[in-house]
Design a protein around this ligand. Structure first.
Ligand code: FES
Length: 149
């Protein structure tokens, strides 16, 4: 998947400079089969539309562990499936780069940047993100695809 536009240099695949609070053509799951691993690009995560759980952020960490989590950043509602998996294996929000542990759903570190990265503010969001965790779904890799278990 090639980035069409990356106005903020954050890996956001968006046609304009607006926050990524909308879905961007999520892949449609087929039953419990979410997405073929080959369809993941360097970002390591995609949005997948499921019948039972709505649109999820689905991906694989650098050590090969698949994950599926709810798609909504706890800070300002960016779609996490439009973000990326960082080198630490955390799911990074495409807007202010808060990152999440994909196994627990807890925010690991809060928003970054000149405004939202202000330390007391970012720390408060982190506390909130550790209470209001992302929903996590058990998944497995089978036949080259990520499946809901
Ligand atoms: S919207 Fe996710 S960190 Fe701000």
């Amino acid at each position: 998947m090639k980035l069409r536009c990356d106005p903020h240099g954050k890996g956001v695949d968006t046609p304009g400079p607006l926050p990524p609070v909308t879905h961007d053509h999520p892949i449609r799951a087929v039953g419990r089969r979410l997405v073929e691993v080959d369809r993941l690009d360097a970002r390591g995560v995609v949005e997948v539309d499921t019948a039972g759980h709505g649109v999820l952020a689905v991906g694989v960490t650098p050590d090969g562990a698949p994950f599926a989590v709810s798609n909504l950043c706890r800070h300002q509602f960016a779609k996490l499936g439009r973000g990326r998996v960082n080198a630490d294996g955390c799911l990074e929000c495409p807007w202010h780069r808060a990152d999440y542990d994909v196994h627990t759903g807890a925010m690991r570190s809060g928003p970054k940047g000149r405004v939202f990265g202000f330390l007391p503010y970012s720390a408060a969001i982190t506390v909130f993100g550790r209470i209001a965790t992302l929903r996590t779904f058990p998944v497995e890799v089978r036949d080259g695809a990520i499946w809901l278990s």
